[in-house]
Design a binder for this molecule. Structure first.
Ligand code: ITT
Length: 199
């Protein structure tokens, strides 16, 4: 089996590969495709953006399932910001600037006021236009300083009580055991075969 992930984010793509390839699914990212397709990600929710990304790419492919991941960090004390703007909160795909902005906004708030979660919505689109949308979340806290070098995005400031460290201090396998993305992928896999094989 083969699946196209409509993502330019290598961190995301590597997580999809690590989770799906052991199940015998070949994962292709947009960076692997020769033709570059512009995606205008202008939706108002994770689900809208995931569908826009998947639909844009599904139009150009034949008979291969296309999925997209729209995800982000939601900080309770910041009214769930940065949310769908996570990739460009301070500056477009500048992880350090985005991390600095979250830390600055939270200031010295105690850990009990630093609750946050990661959210992923995955949309799958078939050649006939039929859709499948699933989501996953994981709870944690925003640290006062960044810790760890693994992962991507906001991982260095996301403390997981389950792992007792930040996602950037965790190995890829540890993160993938509990992450928002792996939870969404699990739901996708549960529904996928029936959805793909029905009309
Ligand atoms: P594509 O749209 O090409 O998939 P993107 O990075 O623009 O890539 P999003 O619009 O979904 O994707 O933005 C998600 C942002 O949320 C991402 O850039 C990170 O900053 C953050 N993020 C998502 N998942 C994360 C994770 O597992 N760990 C840390 N940060 C994450």
């Amino acid at each position: 089996a083969k699946i196209i992930i409509a993502t330019n984010n290598v961190g995301k793509l590597n997580e999809f590969k690590a989770i799906l390839e052991p199940k015998g699914i070949a994962v292709i990212g947009l960076t692997d495709l020769t033709t570059k397709i512009e995606i205008v990600e202008n939706g108002n929710s994770f689900a809208e953006n995931a569908l826009i990304k998947a639909q844009t790419i599904a139009k150009t492919t034949l008979d291969v399932p296309v999925i997209a991941d729209d995800s982000g960090l939601m900080v309770a004390a910041l009214h769930n910001e940065p949310g769908i703007y996570s990739a460009r909160y301070a500056s477009d795909h500048n992880d350090q600037a985005n991390i600095d902005k979250v830390l600055a906004k939270l200031g010295d708030l105690p850990i009990s006021d630093r609750k946050a979660k990661f959210h992923t919505t995955i949309a799958a689109v078939k050649p006939n236009g039929k859709q499948l949308v699933v989501s996953g979340e994981v709870q944690g806290y925003i640290t006062k300083q960044q810790l760890g070098k693994n992962g991507f995005g906001y991982d260095p400031i996301f403390y997981s009580p389950e792992l007792e460290k930040t996602f950037a201090q965790a190995t890829a396998n540890e993160k993938n055991r509990i992450s928002h993305r792996s939870r969404a992928i699990e739901k996708l896999m549960l529904a996928f075969d029936q959805w793909w094989n029905e009309d």
